[in-house]
Structures are given as structure tokens and as C-alpha cells.
Design a protein around this ligand. Structure first.
Ligand code: ZN
Length: 506
């Protein structure tokens, strides 16, 4: 058994969760559940970032106390655990005491290394990015990501000597000791580092400009720069701040196997965060997996276009599993994708209702009708066993490479095969003349059902578990790694309502 620690980024709480973060959380959850199924000791951390200029200003504009405003929205993120059926073990808030203590401990480690110094910064600050932007990157004087004029700042700040770690970071990424996935993102960050390396970064803000943040240790006039504070959540969230060596969880789970992030924050994670860890003498994560953006009906989502997708509306209307399925199956893993209502309904009907759902209903119904609702027979079937084993192998390789979309295709190809097998074998005809043949065919189908439901368990955990329970299985004992012959003769099969009733296209 090995361990698997995975994280999402922590979004700012200045708005309710949007579809992009729902996708990130669901992708991360899918990977965590896959590792849990494999028997790895798994830890999945998510949470929220409650600091930064933008949050402070949004609360001010709303006429609200900053913490009260953050509390309101943080709750919406915390309840995603139920809303999106996430299996996260931890949920971190950056205003919690244990996070503050941990972030300050990390700061002191950088100071001890001689990597923090005081200087004056003059530059353009974009509150959308929560970062200084270079003049050469502005388009018509505006931040190209936010179409907003950055403000000119001249302040006395603490700086972090990121430049010192450029070569080390480049080597780690080049050699894949720190995997940056997909390949295009690896190339992107290597380009950013370039031959000149990374620049030192401003790591604090004066408190009289921004009173909202974590105090810099030993300097009450400064608060930590929000990224310095936020990035440290990946270790403080599992107890880095506890005692000298950190908590048991920290010792057990760090370094992370994967940080799952969006493409807009790659340089913070693959640059600054890795530099901080190297400075503190901590091991770096195994991988940073980068997803793309979600558009709506082919267009960039925006309030003015009125095409912002609220993930929870889809959960209310169709249930959480169809939403999870769409985001994992339709959006190309590691790339941009589109969210469209008509495509949502189409995919639901063709793959969930007519294919997987139909197979479940048909097989359970036939076992009910012809075999008195019980598993019968258990004739060895080397050919089918080999087919299923082959699909599992490809499925596992895809999941291990963060390619959930391809993994789902393996599950669907088993469902396709099973549906065709029903047509070829015609159990309804066997029922009239060949009892032993009928039992063998239905047993094969039940095992295909069990294996496909297991492959879909990390994807649509609610419905997949329903199927496994209807096969008489329980308590998580679903026969993972057993390709054939797991279901026992005489087990009672339960037939429920249709798994995925068809949706009529409006
Ligand atoms: Zn910006």
C-alpha cells in the first residue's frame, strides 16, 4: 500500500463557487476516489483563500465586515462536500489559527535561510491577479487577464529570493522529478523560467495599505503577500504548523502526489511554491496537474453575457452524478472545454440512460425473471476475464496519468461490449431451451456490470454504488482487482428503479 495526497487550489471567497472550480474539485475527487479504491492511504485537501486585496475591497464595497463576508461565502465552498459528493478529508480556511501559525512558521524558515530581504517595490499591481504585472505584459495599459488597469504601487516590502532557486526549479521540472502535466504546461513554465531565471518576488504588503492578512513575524507593520500565505495551505492543512516536525499527518502525507490547479496559476505553483519549499528544505510535490477553462455555450462566461453556469442548478435539476459525469467525460482532461445544456442532455441520454443505465436495468430484470433474482452458475470464462483485465490495465494507466476522460472510455467500452453481448446471446431464447447456457450468460453479464460500475465508482460514486449494492455487495467490498468470479452463487439481486431516467430535450 502506498499513500496518495492530493489537493485542489484554494479559491478566493469573494463569490459563490463557479463551474470551473466545481470541475477542479470533481477532477481531484475522482483521482482521490480512484486511489482510495486501489487501497492507497489517501488524503484529499481542499479549502478557501480568505485574504487578498480583492476580497478586502469586495467586502468594503458590500459594506460588510471582511470576516463576516468571508464566512458567508466560505460556507458555500465547505458545503460542496455534500453538494458535489466530494470525499475530501480536510477543508482549510486561511483565517484559521492553525493556518496562520503554519504560514508564519514557514516564513521564519525562509528568513533563517537568508532568503527574505527588505526592499522598495515600484510597479503595477492587478488585484484580479493578486500580483504585480510587468509593463511589457500590459495590453493598452490593462491586465490582459482581467481587462483592468492595474494600479501603480510604490511600497516598502519584504522580498523572497526566488531567483536563487531558478536553476534548481528548472532542473526538477525538466527531469520530471516534479512532473508538470500536461506536456504543454511543462513547456510553458520552462519558457517562463527561460535562460534568465525567475525574479525575486515581493512577499508582503504594508498594513496601512492592506490591513487584511497574516502578520509578518517580527514586523507588525506588514502582512504577508496573499500568495505566500495561500500556497502554504498545502502543508499547513495537514499540520505543518504543529510542533517542530509537524503533525503525524504532515509527516505521513507530505510531499503531495499532486496539486490540481487551473492554467492561470501555473507560475505561482511551479515557480514560487517550489522555491519556498526548496528554501525551507522541504520535499517538493510529485506532480502539478493543470486543467483548462470551461466556456459556456461556446463563449467565455461573463455576467454581462448572462451565460454564467451555476453548477448547483444542474445538481438540483439532474442530480450530482450527471454533472460529475459531464465534467469528467466531456471536458478534455487538461484542456479547455465547453459547457452546454443541449450537450449535457445529449450525453446523459446516450451514455448514462441508454447505455449504462439500460444495461443495468436489462440485466437485473432478466436475472429477476429467469433466475428468480439470484446469481447462478459460475463457469470460468478465460476470454472474458482477459478482456476485462486488459480494460482495467488501460483504465489504471489513464488514471495514473491524470487522464480521467480516457479512463471513462474504458468503462464505457465494457458497457458497449456487454450490451452487444446481450443482443448476440439472446438470453430470452436460451431461457426456453438451455438453462445452463442461460445461467452462464447472465453470470457473465453480472460480472461485466460489476466491473463497469467499479470503474465508474470514482466518477459517479452515488449511482455506481447503487448498482454494486443491487448486486448484493456491501461495505465497500466490491471485488476490486477480481476480474471474474467474484459474485457468489445464490446471492440475491435487488432490482430498483431505472438508474438514469431519460431526459426529454426542451
Ligand atoms: Zn489581472
Amino acid at each position: 500500500m502506498s499513500k496518495f495526497y492530493i489537493t485542489t487550489a484554494i479559491p478566493y471567497v469573494n463569490a459563490a463557487p463557479h463551474i470551473g472550480f466545481a470541475m477542479e474539485a470533481i477532477q481531484t475527487d475522482c483521482l482521490a476516489r480512484y486511489h482510495e479504491m486501489k487501497g492507497d492511504e489517501t488524503y484529499f485537501l481542499t479549502g478557501v483563500d480568505e485574504h487578498g486585496v480583492k476580497l478586502y475591497e469586495t467586502a468594503q464595497e458590500a459594506g460588510k465586515d471582511t470576516q463576516a463576508f468571508a464566512d458567508e461565502n466560505a460556507e458555500k465552498y465547505e458545503s460542496l462536500r455534500e453538494d458535489l459528493n466530494l470525499s475530501n478529508h480536510g477543508f482549510i480556511r486561511t483565517t484559521s489559527d492553525y493556518h496562520k501559525e503554519g504560514a508564519q512558521k514557514l516564513w521564519k524558515a525562509l528568513v533563517d535561510k537568508g532568503d527574505i530581504y527588505k526592499g522598495t517595490y515600484k510597479g503595477f499591481y492587478c488585484s484580479g491577479c493578486e500580483a504585480f504585472v510587468l509593463e511589457k505584459d500590459l495590453v493598452d495599459g490593462k491586465c490582459p487577464n482581467h481587462d483592468k488597469k492595474p494600479r501603480v504601487l510604490e511600497e516598502e516590502n519584504y522580498f523572497f529570493k526566488l531567483s536563487k532557486y531558478s536553476n534548481k526549479i528548472r532542473d526538477l521540472i525538466k527531469s520530471d522529478k516534479l512532473q508538470v502535466l500536461p506536456e504543454s504546461r511543462k513547456n510553458e513554465i520552462l519558457n517562463i523560467i527561460g535562460d534568465d531565471g525567475l525574479r525575486d518576488v515581493s512577499f508582503s504588503r504594508p498594513k496601512d495599505v492592506l490591513p487584511w492578512g497574516i502578520d509578518v513575524p517580527d514586523d507588525l507593520d506588514q502582512v504577508m503577500y496573499v500568495w505566500c500565505d495561500a500556497l502554504s495551505n498545502y502543508i499547513t492543512g495537514i499540520g505543518y504548523g504543529e510542533g517542530e516536525k509537524g503533525s503525524k499527518d504532515f509527516q505521513n502525507f507530505w510531499p503531495a502526489q499532486a496539486h490540481v490547479i487551473g492554467k492561470d496559476i501555473l507560475r505561482f505553483h511551479a515557480g514560487i511554491w517550489i522555491g519556498m519549499l526548496l528554501s525551507a528544505g522541504l520535499p517538493v510535490p510529485d506532480a502539478i496537474y493543470v486543467h483548462g477553462f470551461v466556456t459556456s455555450e461556446g463563449k467565455k462566461m461573463s455576467k454581462s453575457l448572462g451565460n454564467v453556469v451555476d453548477p448547483l442548478e444542474y445538481v438540483d435539476e439532474f442530480g450530482v452524478d450527471p454533472l460529475r459525469y459531464y465534467l469528467l467525460r466531456e471536458i478534455p482532461t487538461g484542456d479547455d472545454g465547453d459547457f452546454s445544456r443541449s450537450r449535457f442532455v445529449e450525453l446523459y441520454n446516450s451514455e448514462l440512460a441508454n447505455n449504462f443505465g439500460n444495461l443495468v436495468n436489462r440485466v437485473l430484470m432478466m436475472v429477476g425473471r429467469y433466475l428468480d433474482g439470484k446469481v447462478a452458475g459460475k463457469e470460468a470464462n478465460p476470454e472474458l476475464t482477459e478482456r476485462i483485465e486488459g480494460l482495467w490495465k488501460e483504465y489504471g494507466e489513464s488514471m495514473d496519468n491524470f487522464n480521467m476522460k480516457i479512463a471513462i472510455e474504458k468503462a464505457i467500452s465494457l458497457v458497449d461490449y456487454a450490451n452487444k453481448y446481450v443482443e448476440d446471446q439472446k438470453p430470452w431464447e436460451l431461457a426456453k431451451l438451455d438453462k445452463a447456457g442461460l445461467e452462464a450468460v447472465l453470470y457473465n453479464l453480472l460480472e461485466m456490470l460489476r466491473n463497469s460500475a467499479l470503474m465508474l465508482l470514482p466518477v459517479i460514486p452515488g449511482k455506481a454504488e447503487e448498482v454494486l449494492r443491487s448486486l448484493g455487495l456491501k461495505d465497500g467490498d466490491y471485488g476490486y482487482g477480481k476480474y471474474f468470479g467474484f459474485l457468489k452463487d445464490g446471492t440475491k439481486i435487488l432490482q430498483g428503479d431505472p438508474l438514469f431516467p431519460r431526459i426529454e430535450q426542451k
